[in-house]
Design a protein around this ligand. Sequence first.
Ligand code: MLT
Length: 202
Amino acid sequence: MTEFIHRFEPATGAHLPPLLLLHGTGGDENDLLGLGRMISPGSALLSPRGRALEHGMPRFFRRLAEGVFDEDDVRRRALELGDFVADARKRYEIAAPVAVGFSNGANIAAALLLLKPDVLAGAVLLRAMVPLSDPPEAELSGKPVLLLSGQADPIVPSSNSVRLAALLSDAGARVDHKVLPAGHQLSQADVTLARSWIGSVE
Ligand code: MLT
């Protein structure tokens, strides 16, 4: 099994979904711990560091240019991440996590939903785009997904996030897609919306 450098924080509350925190390009396993604690205080946090390096910056898969992905690498690394989560679930005795991914981390979370639907209980996708041009037919049977896009995002065109929302709903996910008055960076509204959404999913 491929090991990921990661942080794990055990739950401090009962009946809260564990979160799988997936950072953006150039981030690491420490980046989203604060966000995770704000979104779901008391949840267990599992936070791996992406294994693909771009000029020394960790990512979760390789890209050929901004927004142009090496899709073989996306597939391979999404499956690798899925194996890591399965192993971590046994090691730390946690339930299937809800992914909270930002940017490149949101894109690998979307790929994981499409390629290995059982790994995640749901996902918060912050500034995500369609990760695979020819995705497999996934069965997401009611899995909850919150997709938060930025109206003025220079990296993710709005048509692309609309396509991702449609792709996930067509596969059966319960998608809540909101477009915020923001760019690619996160805003306070992302935190507030993600927090109330997590509180509302069972
Ligand atoms: C990606 O490569 O996943 C997207 O372009 C987002 C980014 O990391 O900038």
